[in-house]
Design a protein around this ligand. Sequence first.
Ligand SMILES: Nc1ncnc2c1ncn2[C@@H]1O[C@H](COP(=O)(O)OP(=O)(O)O)[C@@H](O)[C@H]1O
Ligand SMILES: [Mg+2]
Length: 267
Amino acid sequence: MSAVPVQPVSPGAASPGAASPGAEISVQVQTLDYFFGQGDLRKQVLFNINLELHRGQIVIMTGPSGSGKTTLLTLIGALRSATTGSLRVLGQELVGLGNRQLVEVRRNIGFIFQAHNLFESLTAAQNVEMAVELTGNLRQKRQRATAILENVGLGDRVDYKPAALSGGQKQRVAIARALVNQPQLILADEPTAALDKQSGRDVVTLMQQLAQEQGCTILMVTHDNRILDVADRIINLVDGRLESDTNPQQFVEAHTVKSLDHNMFVM
Ligand SMILES: Nc1ncnc2c1ncn2[C@@H]1O[C@H](COP(=O)(O)OP(=O)(O)O)[C@@H](O)[C@H]1O
Ligand SMILES: [Mg+2]
């Protein structure tokens, strides 16, 4: 992977998004707009998005329903094509790429969705093996699948089908599948939405741990206030615009009733 030059940071303007000198950038979005539909139905859903994600960072994206979070995630994940601005992912410019090239980019990305998207007719191990097959590494697929399933605490469930697993276990299979090829970037869209509190916590702790071990970057969409503390940064998307970029402490302070009361009092 070729390193992308780091933008100079002006003194005093340090934000959680600001690069330390030499930091490697996994994702760099510049002046990105996105539209759905054609003609009269054409509707802009993303407006002038500028964003940099650094290697090893865990970034949480929040925002109201319909604000464009999934759209931005799927653009970064090369699941749909961007036509404006610049979108550099793992050293590759995506704007202007054809379908076949976008597929290549996707191979370096692990996806985790709200619905786990497992194949019901396949066992946990077979679901993970399918991801290994994409790399052409057929001989070790069983071994690699079982190893990562052990990592996510499912060593005793490798030959179970999804119907025989709990919601949290299914989501852990999906995580194992996303991580088995050691992607440099993980994109997760509300991965804990369908889980109870403890399973949700277990799932993000696991992602955090595996991300640290494998040194990958994670961008995770979530509405789940209970897991904000795993983030190095929180970005907030409102009506298709990036509204704020803070660390979790600042975010909590800015969004609690207590701090609102405090601000009113100071005024
Ligand atoms: N395939 C699509 N075709 C047309 N409009 C869409 C499509 N997908 C999403 N939208 C619209 O784009 C906006 C952003 O949607 P989305 O990215 O799914 O938001 P979020 O994930 O934040 O809830 C919404 O107004 C939604 O209705
Ligand atoms: Mg969404």
